[in-house]
Design a protein around this ligand. Structure first.
Ligand SMILES: *Cc1c(COP(=O)(O)O)cnc(C)c1O
Length: 433
């Protein structure tokens, strides 16, 4: 089935007991055992079923199957936020003394996790100079457990050459983990290009309405953990914390996500509420339609900004002079994302005046909402970084990040236009013939 159809029907068939067509919210903590033997078999993972909602829940399971199908993956694990998903996704492959290799263009909190939290747990993150495959490959050694990138960087807007990154990672026996939040599976399915694990903040385009936090980890089922047993002992040796289960034996191709659930979700519990799963499923039903309109509105807004002299620069991969134009053609079929950045002429002060004058467009730190949103990364999401770190992450002091919503595009442009007026400069370009 195509994405539009999977988004509506994937992972759910009419409930056999109630015939409910909408996905029921299973607001329960636990599930009754038929007998002591049944309970034991569930705990031994010998039979399929639910036992406790910290481990799995029927509503959440629909969300997991649906997103796995949208991404072309094998199985998924949903958790309470995108950050929880990122944390589990990398912890699942790491051990004391190892390293991860990452592109430098990251979401602010992911950068904080990588640069400041993981090192305290004995995991070093090596940030490459750029997102180029050779810059990544140079940093991989025999202690490297994964290569990490955002398919489309937030807020840098860079588009990673996922196929090339997967190639260099695999050449060294290392998986590629991709945060696909900004692109969404409607624009890009990283697994088709060689990614092994895909992570999402469901909070953004997937949920789509700015109501619900959630995250998900999708396992492609393709990485050969058994072949690389020396680098990845955690999947290949008996786990004393789980009565000597060997993940590659028990879960087969789904060893990665099986361990993620049995170890991290079970013991540290960043659980998604079933009500949240329901709300996110509602959002996902319309994700294809929304992303289409986001993309179209984004293109119109980017063109407006580029043709306005009050704006100094616009970073939008849909322009042929963008360094990412070719990758946008290859990976997004030319549908550049509705997340873009730009700089107001007049520097930081003009940028601030513009920002304060916005009306329809909300001042906040979120994206992928039906509503148009603007943020100033240097003072908010990337505030914790040094100036040099900001530069590497693609953040400039005057930069405004715009997440173009699905309102009527004339109203979005109208608001931008009046806010540009407030900056005091009035040098609009004459419409060129
Ligand atoms: C928002 C975001 C996250 C974090 O997700 P939360 O759901 O807010 O925890 C991670 N990565 C990217 C690219 C994001 O945009």
């Amino acid at each position: 089935m195509k994405s539009e159809t999977i988004a509506i029907h994937g992972g759910y068939e009419v409930d056999p007991t109630t015939k409910s067509v909408a996905v029921p919210i299973y607001q329960t903590v636990a599930y009754a055992f038929d007998s002591a033997d049944h309970g034991a078999a569930l705990f031994n993972l010998e039979v399929e079923g639910f036992r406790y909602s910290r481990i799995s829940n029927p509503t959440n399971a629909v969300l997991e199957r649906r997103v796995a199908a949208l991404e072309g993956g094998l199985e998924a694990l949903c958790v309470s936020s995108g950050q929880a998903a990122l944390n589990y996704a990398v912890l699942n492959v790491t051990e004391l003394g190892c390293n991860l290799v990452s592109v430098p263009q990251l979401y602010g909190t992911t950068h904080t996790l990588f640069a400041h939290l993981l090192p305290g747990q004995g995991v070093t993150v090596r940030f490459a100079e750029s997102d180029q495959p050779d810059a990544i490959e140079r940093l991989i050694d025999d202690k490297t457990k994964a290569v990490f990138c955002e398919s489309v960087g937030n807020p840098a807007g860079n588009i990673c050459d996922i196929g090339a990154l997967a190639y260099v990672a695999h050449r060294h026996g290392v998986p590629l983990i991709v945060d696909n939040t900004v692109a969404s599976p409607i624009l890009l399915r990283p697994i088709e290009h060689g990614a092994d694990v895909v992570v999402h903040s469901l909070t953004k385009f997937m949920g789509g309405h700015g109501t619900t936090l959630g995250g998900i980890i999708v396992d492609s089922g393709n990485f050969p953990w058994r072949e690389h047993a020396q680098r990845f002992p955690m999947f290949n040796r008996p786990d004393v914390s789980y009565h000597d289960l060997v993940y590659v034996d028990h879960f087969g191709k789904a060893a990665y996500i099986g361990r993620c659930r049995s170890v991290y979700q079970r013991t540290t519990g960043a659980v998604l509420s079933p009500l949240s799963a329901f709300l996110l499923l509602q959002g996902i039903e319309t994700v294809a339609l929304r992303v289409e309109r986001h993309v179209e509105n984004g293109r119109r807004v980017a063109e407006f900004l580029r043709n306005d002299r009050r704006v100094e620069w616009v970073n939008y991969a849909g322009f042929p002079d963008s360094p990412y134009y070719a990758l946008a053609q290859k990976y997004l079929s030319g549908r550049a994302c509705s997340l873009m950045t730009f700089g107001i002429r007049g520097g930081f002060e003009a940028g601030k005046k513009f920002y304060d004058a916005l009306g329809l467009i909300k001042r906040l730190v979120n994206m992928g909402d039906a509503k148009s949103l603007a943020c100033h990364p240097a003072s908010t999401t990337h505030r914790q970084m040094s100036a040099e770190e900001q530069r590497k992450a693609g953040v400039r002091p005057e930069m405004i990040r715009l997440s173009v919503g699905i309102e009527h595009v004339d109203d979005i442009i109208g608001d931008l236009d009046q806010a540009l007026d407030a900056t005091g400069s009035s040098h609009r370009l004459q419409a060129a013939g």
